[in-house]
Design a protein around this ligand. Sequence first.
Ligand SMILES: Cc1cc2nc3c(=O)[nH]c(=O)nc-3n(C[C@H](O)[C@H](O)[C@H](O)COP(=O)(O)O)c2cc1C
Length: 377
Amino acid sequence: MLRPHPSVPVLFLSDLSPQALLLRQAPLAATSVRPLASPLRIGGLTLPNSVVLAPMAGVTDLPLREMSVRLGAGMAVAEMLTSDASLVDSRKSMQRRRHSTNEGIRSIQIVGSEPQQLAEAARRNVDEGADIIDINMGCPAKKVCRKAAGSALLADERQVGAILDAVVAAVNVPVTLKIRTGVSRDRRNGVAIANIAERAGIQMLAVHGRTRADRFLGAAEYDTIAAIVDAVGIPVLANGDITDVEKAHHVMQATGAAGVMIGRAAQGNPWLPGHIAQSGVGSEAIKPNLAERFALMRGHVAALHDFYGEFLGTRIARKHTGWFFDTLHREMPHTACPWKSRFNALGDHEAQQALLREAELKLLTLKPCDRSGGKAA
Ligand SMILES: Cc1cc2nc3c(=O)[nH]c(=O)nc-3n(C[C@H](O)[C@H](O)[C@H](O)COP(=O)(O)O)c2cc1C
């Protein structure tokens, strides 16, 4: 049986409650792509499968990482942490630095522009329990790029080399790198960056199929990721716009990557990376049904309150529950019941749990044709 980490019990989605399955995937045609259920080696570590939850600031906090790994993600990368030592004890950094043995292999992402500062940050995080140090050269956020960090570094290949050399030399755990395909569509230098990374001793690359200039506009492009896979011997994760099993398999086929990284599609759907990872196991992968998803959401909201306390927990739960209701609304368009706005108006944990129970009851008692928005069940 695949396990994300010796200490983390995997909850197979198919174990949840087979009697009430909402959706089933058809068996996938056999292909020559690397199965996503295969373990993935990163230096001396082995992930139980090749589907990773992407780092997302403000999203992949400890409660979400624990949940997605428990639901079968191969690994969940933590939110980026500034390398600026003067901010280490800020409330935000303190919260982002909290880890647990329930999150499997701990990949901690650092961001910055100065090689020695990043090396120091890497050491600090390894001392605090990081199993992997990931370096962010993919974030286009103005706040990050103003300091020539994140994806802004892609324009300065010498500085990229200096940072990677310094960080790899500083720690004795695998160092990985997250990049975009290049600076802009006129300067897709992802292959050059990947070569620099491999020479520096980086053990895995995650590549978002957009350039820095693209930000999040347009569709992700996979040809440059395929060229990077061809150019290096280290594992490459393909990232960008992967929303379901079919898209994950398409991207694996198009790129020859070692695995995939899932970001926004997992917001409100923490089971998705595990679902995609299981898609090659046996004949079918099973999504959690409505009751199971509500149970997961209630558990997630409780975990957010435990982690952040009542004030912040109430607010952060609104964000995740909003994504959850958005997904349900996409799947059942006629249920435009104001669940999301009602949830957002609530001021405490108890009321939030009560509303989730009310919404579940209401949606579960809809007839099948109602659930599919009037279309045949
Ligand atoms: C809200 C949000 C926060 C993000 N924060 C980070 C981050 O901290 N570090 C990072 O490398 N990328 C970050 N990203 C980029 C994602 O990791 C990912 O590369 C991007 O969303 C594309 O993948 P997707 O199409 O599957 O979402 C963030 C993206 C979003 C939407």
